[in-house]
Design a protein around this ligand. Sequence first.
Ligand code: ZN
Ligand code: ZN
Length: 696
Amino acid sequence: MVKRGADTLVAKIIPLGAGQEVGRSCVILKYMGKTVMFDCGVHPGFSGEQSLPYFDSIDLDSVDLMLVTHFHLDHCAAVPYVVGKTVFKGRIFMTHPTKAIFGMLLKDSVKVSRGATDAGLYSEKDVEAALERTELLDFHQTIDVDGIKVTAWRAGHVLGAAMFMVEIAGMRALYTGDYSRLADRHMSAADLPSPPPHIVIVEATYGVSRHLPREGREQRFVNMIRAVVQRGGRCLLPVVALGRAQELMLILEDYWDRNADLRGVPIYQASGLARRALGIFQTYIAMMNDDIKAAFGQSANPFNFKYITELKTQGGLDDVGPCVVLATPSMLQSGLSRELFDAWCEDKRNGVIIADFAVQGTLARDILASPSHVLTKAGAKVPLRMSVEHISFSAHADFDQTSQFVELLDPPHVILVHGEAVEMGRLRKALEQQAVALGQRRLLYTPKVCQPVHIRHRPQLKAKVVGSLADKNAQPGKPLAGLLVQQGQNCMLMAPQDLPTFTKLHPGRIIQRQVLHLNQPWPELRLALEVLIDGVQGAGDLGSVSSGDASGESLRVANTVTLTHRPPDSVVMEWQGDPVGDAIADTVIAVILQSGSEPPAVSSAEVKRRKCLHMGDLEGAAAAEVALLVAVLDAQFGKAHIDADQGLITIQVDDRHVAVECKTGKVECADFALKARVEVAISRLMEALAPASLQE
Ligand SMILES: [Zn+2]
Ligand SMILES: [Zn+2]
């Protein structure tokens, strides 16, 4: 069934992380009562709970579906925490390679964090539970999870990386995750998903900057390495264990193969993870690009490297001269890459090449500003003499790719995530200008973390008319009324009695019953209801007003509420609980509770007046109004009398005398204050009786 709320027509997108920052990607999409979580990563610049997305700001219990784009830790490392430590109970989907590498990486990170000072956020058991819960999705496969249609598209970037197109009630949103529209040595380019989405949530990592063409970039990279080893230095390449490391190894292997003079310089890759992951990479060759597939077809496994030696232990590094070392982690936070950096940074022959996007708050980012000194992991301040170079091999889209991608998809709404505020602002402006130049209608958003974006979208609901309702011939312009039932993507319109035939539901009725105390005689209540509400039916007629209580007499009000008198002074109300019935019942209750709260003389004069008006006796009504005026003045001031001959009402308050002219309501009194009070009382009564007044 569709859960409908006040904001049903509004799609709400909330970044719980990666809003004007790079790291802890986690974006929530809410629409038509459904909730999808895209990615669930940690921030590499923080540790412990601080590295998590802001899960507190939503109800994790309400998330139907979690879609993880790829195995990089800023996109997946919080999954075991959410599964093991929160109330999340939704389904989780990844591609085959993402799940395989995700499991390996996170089990490894549990082992690493056990030895570190920072207490792990989750246990190996949580990782196992997350893997158990994770279901698989192939590229170009579409699944339907309780009315949410999901299609996975290739994102390029790294092995197994997917973009997800989500469709809820006809509204399509595309989440790119990290993507690249350029093929590299082992990955093919990202797909152009179809049909076109209404909302695109896209990474903004590189903002408006443009990558060098691949050949130029690779040439610059090998030139940098050659310069370091030729001056007798050691070259450090801090890398993410998986993805870019494999790409860089393919480039180095190829370059060493073509340059005999370099073959004496050893290349080491020091990540046991990368070694194990190669097994996975070989398994999923079919998901890589044509070059790799062709090479593998010729039985030369491109991941069996001739010039790259694996360091099984750290002590295995023969640190005697020029060499190239690929070591993790890529941001130099800790681990082997940091140890080698600390050991080598004071020698100006050495060099470090940052080949990934350098995240704010990490050492890799800090050294790009060429500081004169750095702090080692042990806390010593040492001079930074080694050369520091930056070249981007991270397979993220640059401005040319993103602007072209957005132009081709032409979505009315684009939300930028996974980028730093300044770069994101520039990209937003550039994409806005581009849309204007192209004559495309587009709104751009750059929400901060936890800042929701609201997008109105009219849901598309097609319903099939079934059962007895379908027997009636549809007439143009004539609306068909029935129950709308949604099961998955299917909507059906049917008569309530057909519910058990087409669904597992059964129609039910709620009968409301309430017993109230009666403050006035039953006939007077009936009269009050007849005056106020159309369609009061029951035994007896108006003539029976004076005939006293009839035991068990019933009234039906507006064919909805049944009132039964239970003598002497109770009334039982019954009605079917629905919006119309409840509204009429409220009115009836108000009449029952209000009447009878006045002095008896006032209410009996009022009843008499209503009765006269009801029967069209205007003269009688005017007389009743005078009686009512006397009763009201008597109740308020005491000792009110009517002098019928003179047409005056007289009131005696202590030693003061007041006279009121019945016809005009004019007040005579020597005491001005008292005169004013009486005038106010009369005008209030006139207002209450309007439009029928004394003068008429
Ligand atoms: Zn990534
Ligand atoms: Zn990322």
